[in-house]
Design a protein around this ligand. Sequence first.
Ligand code: FES
Length: 576
Amino acid sequence: MSENNGNNKLRSQAWFGGFDTLNFTHRSWLKNQGHPNDMFDGRPVIGICNTWSDLTPCNAHFRILAEMVKRGVYEAGGFPMEFPVMSLGEVLMRPTTMLYRNLASMDVEETIRANPLDGIVLLTGCDKTTPSTIMGAASVDLPTLVVNGGPMLNGKYRGRDIGSGTDVWRMSDDLRVGRITEADYLDAESCMSRSDGHCMTMGTASTMACMVEALGLTLPGAAAIPAADSRRRRLAHLSGRRIVEMVSDDLRLSQILTRKSFENAIKVNSAIGGSSNFVIHLLAIAGRIGIELAMDDFDELGSHMPLLVNLMPSGKYLMEDFYYAGGLPVVIQELKHELHMDAPTVNGATIGENTDGTPCYNREVIATFDEPFQKDSGLAVLRGNLCQDGAIIKPSAATPELMQHRGRAVVFEDIDDYHARIDDPNLDVEKDCVLVLKQVGPKGYPGMPEVGNFHIPKKLLAGGVEDMIRISDGRMSGTAFGTVVLHVAPESAVGGALALVENGDMIELDVAGRRLHLDVAEDELQKRREAWQARQPHTERGYVSMFLSHVQQANTGADFDFLVGKSGSEVSHGNH
Ligand code: FES
């Protein structure tokens, strides 16, 4: 039984403690589920925020995880209350889940605040279900703990391992140029996704799982446990016990999410070769909890970190291998001289105490700090007249020979123009050109989809070209690879310089010098700027209209302007 039992300090007691009409109502209606009187006696009420949905296959096992969390909550003397929130399934939602990340965060924030909850367990898995729930919870700032759903088992295809996303891109190119058949393609689908869980490459979901562990928001070692492994259920059970203690200790999200924990997360993300989406989501979370964080921090803190994890898309292995090798605690220990090892975590110990002495069982999967798989692995932040507020590139997923390059621009005005012309045999393009895609930013698409790693022209692919520089204001799937410049800000839809690029312009990329330059005279650019006209808004009604009015640019996290910061957990009035 929690030491809070019997006192009236808990927020939930504003609903359940007392004998007025409302207290009767609150207790009585919940009793229709069979809860006895003593469930309302002042014990912590724990909200289990469930992103389960049949439409989000990566989170389809979350009803079981929620039951495990409940076991732990009951054991520790708490009262678990599971509730659903908007679930963002990466593979089915159109035009892109990123259009709905902020909406889902509003659902989480308002549901937590409006209800008699003292502590929160967030069940997260597929890409956006992690940042959206943390953003919402951060704006309320109750004691909060994350239970992530875990990755799928390794894909197994005709004697070799295949990874979600990463091998889809490869096989799609193989099918386009006839290297494999449609029957091969169908067979690979079944072999790739063969268990519960999210993408098992170091894509965005795995990156987010590692991010929350590095931030200190999960119990130690949570990120890599496969969804199908019984230890994932045990973790959920233990998390249920722990959140009750966190409420007793009043250990709130803002005590875990400090500048130190954000710096740790940035360095860890570099060492694991994490997704470029990490940048936009961490910026948005920082904005909610009130931590100063800028795009340049990712470069300054992370770009010189060594690559310690050999996982697709940067490397060879998958999350299941990462778990058996020791998982994220090994990486944290290897980085111990770089990280703030005194940063607190949800279990009450520091991140250093939680990982101290963790052995590594496979050095082909996790390298030592002194002998990394690659030096300087983090994301690079580019500046220049083509991206005045910044752009990013992931060097570990790029082609080294293209990191310094000057090429002729081949411009696509939007995604429809791209699809109409990319495989046209008459397209004037050669391997040294720079492909530019406009109108795929936050406002342009709208929603900033993961199209930044768009396919290169079929005729060049068939000729053996595997990579070209691609530039856009969109994002890239965390499972993707290539020499791809992303998140260009300001975006083309608001008149950023990307909007002014024309076919034949010369573009210079210099990753070492952090420079992205459009080699066009300023007076010519000024003429184009004056002639440029914004497109009509996609719609003037509904949520998308609100999105277009309030979404900010990628360099600050693409949150809504009115959601930055927090409102806390206070509710001013009762419901009658
Ligand atoms: Fe859900 Fe990749 S599609 S994690």
